[in-house]
Design a protein around this ligand. Sequence first.
Ligand code: HPA
Length: 248
Amino acid sequence: MLAIIGGTGLDQLGNLKITHRQVIRTPYGEPSGALTFGTINQHEVMFLARHGYGHTIPPHEVNYRANLWAFYEQGAKRVISVASVGGIRANLVPGEIVIPDQIVDYTYGRPFTYFDGRDRPVTHIDFTHPYTPELRQQILTAAVIAKEKCMDGGVYAATQGPRLETAAEINRIERDGGDMVGMTGMPEASLARELGLSYAAIAVVVNYAAGRGSSRDGIHLDAISKIAEPAMARVRNILGLVVESDVG
Ligand code: HPA
């Protein structure tokens, strides 16, 4: 089954016909909320709002382990994360949708592994390609069919938050190869890999990163919803077609 994690601007899916909600307990504590089960175009999916249904959980306090575990335990095979990001690369302007293919992780202090040597033996997962290539391709194909412009590839820099970055930090991230910046991509991606789940992200650029473009003098969050809302409608169109691809 396909699982979808909605980020800022996507705490519900308009095209999801809800059948039930289920509170899941995990060995890692509580997920961000009850899992929502339903169908999109007759295909079963499960959904979770990463920041809680009332958007109350900040990025560094999201229980990523519980969220991924809940999906895994309920039989998810593919997980698509929808995440809003700040654009660093010149062509990643607000409103663009990107399917990142790499990650640089700047987060710290988050519980980030299931393999801590207690319950499970230490295991070094391969993370060369952090997003599952086949799932990325399914999303890109769905975007073509949905006629929604969607960029193929880019480096997602995961920062700690909840504060936004300084202009110098964005310059450093760019030197490190970062194309976009967000706060929730890690450890979500590596936890999914540890559980053997396919995982890919749909990143929605909602602002220029700090010091760039219209964020030269500061990031004005009030402008973000105007960008996010139509972009999230496009994401829903893409998701409505990803469910048609037959695996999982
Ligand atoms: N920085 C970090 N996370 C973000 C941003 C940003 O500029 N925009 C949306 N999420």
